[in-house]
Design a protein around this ligand. Structure first.
Ligand SMILES: [Zn+2]
Length: 288
């Protein structure tokens, strides 16, 4: 009797140990999707992505379309959870009911330094950027800027960064690679230059300050397929990191009040250093 109980117990113990190895158990895969608007298919003017613009509703629907294409691609690639971060302006562009119900939506401005990456942590396996744009001063780009219209250039450890660059660094802090980006051709080239050969779709390109691009439907088809491919091959993706301590140099058109610990280099140029990337981003957010 005692012998039987012991062997039954041993079987139970074996089953508990074996459970996570079972092929039936899907491996958790969380995907983080940050969605801006300037790099969406067809967008060529700031008015189109401003809440008071007459066509804002139209481009808002295109934002939801590209978002849902990325969400679908992520689930086809085996995602078990998807978080969508609305990353444009006041972060209240995606209407909750328009987003694929399998995803969770993080909307509204955040007080923390992660901003467009609010919600990222080490439980995620891959990051996707949709509707992204090139940094301030990029030639041949559509609606290029860095965070605000006030930033001329933002570098960390000598590397000039677009929004997609410092957002990739934020993800890298948690060991998460950026695997895919959609935006104009200049955005795609700029991010590949920084992050390596990530998956990407150039939904449009600049021609004489105008935009030549795909129809939203075509862009969504390519995003869906591209995100699926990129997430399936995420093992090859590189986690983007710079070596701490982090020294930022921020050049602006209009100087803001000097942030605690920041130093003025010359008119319109400040610097701030810290071993903590999020502290540097907080300084950037305060003075940008
Ligand atoms: Zn934006």
């Amino acid at each position: 009797m005692l012998r039987h109980s012991i062997s039954a117990l041993a079987l139970v113990a074996l089953a508990i140990v074996a459970a996570p190895m079972s092929a039936q158990q899907p491996r958790a895969l969380k995907v983080f999707i940050s969605v801006d608007m300037e790099g969406l298919a067809g967008v060529v003017s700031g008015v189109e992505v401003s809440a008071n613009g007459p066509d804002y509703g139209h481009f808002r629907a295109i934002m939801a379309g590209e978002t849902n294409a990325a969400v679908e691609g992520a689930f086809r690639a085996g995602a078990t959870e998807v978080l969508v971060r609305d990353s444009h302006g006041d972060k209240r562009n995606l209407l909750p009911a328009d987003v694929d119900p399998r995803a969770r939506l993080l909307r509204g401005a955040s007080s923390g330094p992660k901003n467009m990456m609010e919600g990222i942590d080490s439980t995620f396996g891959a990051v996707v950027f949709i509707g992204y744009h090139a940094k301030a001063g990029t030639p041949g780009a559509i609606l290029e800027h860095t965070s605000t219209g006030n930033v001329v250039d933002f570098t960390i450890n000598g590397v000039s960064l677009p929004e997609g660059g410092y957002n990739a660094l934020t993800a890298g802090l948690y060991g998460v690679p950026v695997v895919f980006a959609a935006g104009d051709r200049a955005l795609v080239e700029q991010l590949r230059g920084l992050l390596g050969p990530i998956g990407a779709v150039a939904v449009k390109e600049e021609i004489g300050d105008a935009s030549l691009g795909m129809s939203p439907k075509r862009a969504q088809d390519e995003i869906r397929a591209g995100v699926e491919r990129a997430i399936r091959s995420r093992a090859k993706a590189r986690v983007y990191k710079l070596s701490p301590p982090y020294t930022m140099v921020l050049k602006v058109k209009q100087e803001r009040a000097l942030y605690a610990g920041a130093l003025k280099v010359r008119d319109g140029e400040v610097t701030f250093a810290s071993p903590d990337l999020l502290a540097v981003l907080a300084a950037f957010n305060a003075m940008k």
